[in-house]
Design a protein around this ligand. Structure first.
Ligand SMILES: [Mg+2]
Length: 253
């Protein structure tokens, strides 16, 4: 995936910062189950990190903060070594296979929901995960698309799905968000739902569930939902099928 390969230097810098910062955070943090003390080999650590990543993706890890410092290297390899691309591509293939079986799709009410950050757009270049929250070091530089998300998005458009974008970004970022999406190849969405002042303080799950519910009341059938966080997918007014995109970088409740 071009965007990750080109940003590998930036990613290494972020990873290095995490290595420096995370021990201070994780030392007293109960978010992680540490590996047994008698497994110190590189292969054992690598095995633990693979297990940790699986636990994150399946939501067995629950709330977590930063990537464990011992796993920063393997997570970096995961991102730039091709496995992330493979994982996301398979998600897209399953999603499109499901979408192709949805009947009708002629009245404009058959909808698919997308999250934006780390689902349609990659912010890995700008992300500072020191505190495990979505803190961007820059909001001025354009985020890149994922190859797999572009393929999925365009495939769903071809299948006549109505696209609903549902993001935790604030309304004040509407114009820059739209421009970024257009610039990297996304177009033709029906709704771009963003946090308004009245959504301040709501959890992501609550806010996104409420927005999906509004869409259902407008008559949309939410067949699919794609997001990188469980809070994009859970709650109420959930889609018929949810497709979780990998993200071992950060967690949003
Ligand atoms: Mg996201």
């Amino acid at each position: 995936m071009a965007c990750y390969r080109s940003s590998s230097l930036s990613f290494f810098i972020v990873a290095l910062l995490t290595v420096l910062i995370s021990p201070a955070i994780s030392a007293g943090d109960s978010s992680y189950i540490n590996p047994p003390v008698n497994v110190g080999s590189r292969s054992s650590i690598a095995s633990y990190c693979e297990s940790w990543r699986l636990a994150v993706e399946t939501n067995n890890a629950g709330t977590w903060n930063v990537t464990p410092s011992k796993c920063v290297s393997s997570i970096n390899t995961y991102y730039i070594g091709g496995q992330f691309d493979s994982d996301y591509n398979l998600v897209a293939r399953y999603a499109l296979a499901f979408a192709g079986k949805v009947k009708n799709r002629l009245d404009g009410k058959d909808a698919w929901v997308f999250d934006i950050d780390e689902t349609l757009l990659s912010n890995s270049e700008y992300y500072n995960k020191a505190h495990g929250s979505a803190t961007y070091v820059s909001k001025k530089v354009q985020a890149q698309a994922f190859d797999a998300s572009l393929k999925l998005y365009k495939g769903l458009k071809t299948l006549n799905f109505t696209i609903i974008l549902l993001t935790g970004r604030n309304e004040s970022r509407r114009s820059t968000t739209e421009k970024n999406l257009w610039d990297v190849g996304y177009s033709g969405w029906e709704h771009l739902l963003m946090r308004s002042p009245e959504d301040k303080g709501k959890t992501a799950t609550q806010y996104k569930s409420e927005q999906r519910s509004k869409m259902v009341k407008k008559g949309y059938k939410l067949h699919g939902n794609t997001g990188d966080q469980w809070s994009d997918l859970l709650g109420f007014a959930v889609a018929t099928r949810s497709f979780k995109v990998p993200n071992p970088l950060y967690y949003i409740a």
